[in-house]
Design a protein around this ligand. Structure first.
Ligand code: KIV
Ligand code: ZN
Length: 384
């Protein structure tokens, strides 16, 4: 029996707040529809009180999308909650995501408050949100730097107040995977969660967002908050494609998501294009080089059996095929394979000769194209 992990996508909220990534309502609807096709369980559509444009986008996404839960973010402030509820009025399934900072750093410097008062405000916000919707998620902002004992008291209080999901954000991307996992485990062990589930929400400041998220899942979290291509505040959020493919590649762990992974690449391209945010070539799963093999040893292995160097079939994420990139590190096997694909058949002696010419060209030229290869063999005379 596989255990279901719910995918909460915040590309349109935590992702969209990145400078330069702003989308208009029509573009947001395009992304929301792609997320629906991808199979995400929850779409965080915006922070409605932040601007009339964001409010309107949540309204329009609620009308345009039918299957996923539509979620709106608020602070633990009544006005925010009222505006969020209003923005969600057309959503078939709706959730309000409210919360407050719980680390001593936030309590002291953001709120000039104390721990007991923060619990009171958290409980009040959850109860108020429950007046409008049945599904209320609470976030304990900066939970990554909140001491576990106090965090457990906060989580218990908001669950008692009616929270259905409790989000444990590593807001500053500070935790190590073992510490984040231990935090989730501490909450599982010390809080009576009733029917509520715990959610991960990790940031990438130290490059550990995916590892932390997976550690959270292994220790009892049942929802993961992610963005397409990992876009998000500062260094970004946990990337959807990494978590989903990690769980899929390790089926033995017993976790499943609803994601149609063959839609991952097209969704990644859409988000990158609309948000004007290029994907780094070596980005896991969706980067240009994610399925490109360039060294001779790897190319030789892949040509013999693709699983020697590929743990994911590119078709599983919607990419047609892997690529063998010819560089000065490529071997004869890769060159011979490319020549065969180009319709050129050489005996071993001829291949040796062309390979030497190829190496001296590849030492000079970074990007070897098929035309360069054909020129080396004299295209007209040698083509079959
Ligand atoms: O990183 C964070 O803490 C957040 C919350 C608002 C959920 O994005
Ligand atoms: Zn965040």
């Amino acid at each position: 029996m596989m255990e279901r992990i719910y995918v909460f996508d915040t590309t349109l909220r935590d992702g969209e707040q990145v400078p330069g990534c702003q989308l208009n309502t029509i573009e947001k609807i395009q992304v929301a529809k792609a997320l629906e096709l991808l199979g995400v369980d929850v779409i965080e559509a915006g922070f409605p009180v932040s601007s009339p444009g964001d409010f309107n986008s949540v309204v329009e996404i609620s009308k345009a999308v039918t299957w996923p839960v539509i979620c709106a973010l608020t602070r633990a402030v009544e006005k925010d909650i009222e505006v969020a509820a209003e923005s969600l009025k057309y959503a078939k399934r709706k959730r309000i995501h409210t919360g407050i900072g719980t680390s001593d750093m936030h309590i002291k410097h953001k709120f000039n408050s104390n721990r007991e008062e923060i619990i009171e405000r958290a409980v009040k916000a959850v109860k108020y949100a429950r007046r409008f919707v049945d599904d209320v998620e609470f976030y304990a902002e900066d939970a990554g730097r909140t001491d576990n004992e106090y965090l457990a008291r906060v989580v218990q209080a908001v669950v008692n107040a009616g929270a259905t999901v409790v989000n444990i954000p590593d807001t500053t991307g500070y935790c190590f995977p073992n510490a984040y996992g231990a935090k989730i485990k501490y909450l599982v062990d010390h809080v009576d969660l009733k029917n509520a589930i715990l959610s991960t929400h990790c940031h990438q400041d130290l490059g550990m967002a995916t590892a932390n998220t997976l550690s959270g899942v292994l220790n009892g979290a049942r929802q993961v908050e992610v963005t397409v291509n990992g876009i998000g505040e500062r260094a970004g959020n946990t990337s959807l494609e990494e978590v989903v493919m990690a769980l899929k590649s390790h089926k033995d762990l017993g976790f499943d998501t609803n994601i149609n992974t063959t839609k991952i690449y097209s969704t990644s391209r859409l988000v990158s294009t609309l948000m004007n945010m290029p994907v780094q070539p070596n980005k896991a799963i969706v980067g240009r080089n994610a399925f490109a093999h360039s060294s001779g040893i790897h190319q030789d292995g892949v040509l013999k059996n693709v699983e020697t160097y590929e743990i994911i079939d590119p078709k599983d994420v919607g990419i047609d095929e892997n690529s063998i990139v010819l560089t000065a590190r490529s071997g004869r096997a890769a060159l011979k394979n490319r020549l065969t694909l180009l319709g050129v058949d050489l005996d071993n002696g001829e291949l040796d000769d062309v390979y030497q010419k190829f190496l001296s060209l590849a030492d000079r030229k970074k990007d070897i194209k098929d035309d360069d290869i054909l020129a080396l063999v004299g295209k007209e005379s040698r083509m079959n």
